[in-house]
Design a protein around this ligand. Structure first.
Ligand code: NAD
Length: 343
């Protein structure tokens, strides 16, 4: 018998509960040994407990050090600060791993197998912002502070380089904007180049590219890249672009990794435009659950889950609307669970 693994489950907002239900059905079919502690956050936290990140949710993750999370809504402009960003800070989840792999062949971009590694705690994304009042206008100027530290760059780059070696990546590309943001992203670039010379030379090829050129080249010829390593905001944007190469946000999983905790989620948000309609694609969260199984060294179950997703999409041809199909979330889940059960 496999030892039970305590884990926190946050169904999240919008389509979150729908895709979490689908993922739990697949994990149950795989007899994954997670012992779930259900918690709330985001808009659900505000509505049910008056707090977008209740203490009970934090306590649960402090205990389990492992979580599967549906998307959490963050208001644009005013309102509360992102619970996702706060969770990353609280548990020092410094690396965000976002793999993109073509599962449905024959699309505009075929045979994509790319890994984006995004720094998760620093940079311009940290949201330390303020207004400056001038001549009675309290919002005359908007300012944001970006912070990168050598220590923060080092730990992210070390994680990325070690992951590249462990997963057999041949080429790592550092993505930066050091021509303009010479201090903020120059520090990241310089640290990466130095670490490569000191410890990693010859273990994989290292390349560098400016972020705007990278965006263009990803669209023209994504196959020239293998692993992209970058700072927080650039990683946020480029990983959505890369998700678009493999069928959209419904196909893109993410893992937030720290020294002693990890949170797995889909790259996409709560999709309020389709919430409650039963049509959300659960594949991104299912692939995140596969990453979670790998993280817990349950590689056999992770492989079975990925193979069942492939077969459901390509052999059974059961697909949700975002992938050009007509299946509901429930119909896709049923087909997937049958695949797992009959494999
Ligand atoms: P979104 O990712 O929620 O939606 C963008 C588009 O993609 C929408 O048209 C949506 O219908 C579609 N989409 C997303 N996931 C899908 C799926 N699984 N199946 C089918 N279609 C899907 O982005 P948004 O609208 O910019 O953000 C909505 C909310 O989500 C915001 O409050 C934002 O802050 C939050 N958000 C949360 C996370 C997270 O929790 N990790 C990530 C991104 C955005």
């Amino acid at each position: 018998m496999t030892t039970p693994i305590p884990a926190t489950l946050i169904p999240g907002d919008g389509i979150g509960p729908e895709i979490v239900d689908a993922t739990l059905a697949a994990l149950d079919a795989l007899k994954a040994p997670f012992e779930w502690d259900r918690q709330i956050a985001g808009l659900g936290g505000v509505q049910q407990a008056g707090d977008p990140l209740p203490a009970a949710t934090l306590d649960s993750i402090r205990r389990t050090r492992l979580a599967l999370k549906g998307p959490l809504e963050t208001p644009s402009g005013g309102g509360y600060r992102s619970s996702n960003v706060r969770l990353r800070e609280e548990f020092q989840l410094y690396a965000n791993l976002r793999p993109a792999r073509t599962i449905i062949p024959g699309g505009r971009f075929d045979k994509i197998d790319l890994m984006v590694v995004r720094e998760n705690l620093e940079g311009l994304y940290i949201g330390h912002e303020h207004y400056v009042r001038i001549d009675g206008d309290p919002h005359a100027v908007g300012m944001a502070t970006g912070i990168n530290t050598r220590q923060g760059c080092r730990r992210l780059l070390e994680y990325a380089f070690e992951t590249a070696i462990a997963t057999g990546r041949k080429k790592v590309t550092l993505v930066h904007k050091a021509n303009i943001m010479k201090v903020l992203t120059g520090l990241f670039l310089e640290t990466g180049l130095q670490m490569y010379e000191e410890k990693y030379k010859g273990k994989f090829e290292l390349d560098t590219i400016i972020v705007d050129a990278c965006a263009m080249k990803l669209v023209l010829n994504p196959w020239q890249f293998d692993m992209l390593v970058t700072t927080n905001l650039f990683g946020d944007i480029l990983s959505d672009l890369v998700a678009g190469l493999v069928g959209g946000l419904g196909m893109a999983p993410g893992a937030n990794i720290g020294a002693d905790a990890a949170i797995f989620e889909a790259v996409h948000g709560s999709a309020p435009d389709i919430a409650g309609k039963g049509i959300a694609n659960p594949v991104a969260l299912l692939l995140a659950a596969a990453m979670m199984l790998d993280h817990c060294k349950l590689h056999d179950r992770a492989t079975r889950l990925r193979e069942a997703i492939d077969a459901t999409l390509n052999i059974d041809r059961v697909r949700t609307g975002d992938l050009g199909g007509t299946a509901s979330t429930a119909a896709f889940t049923q087909a997937l669970v049958s695949r797992i059960a009959n494999a």
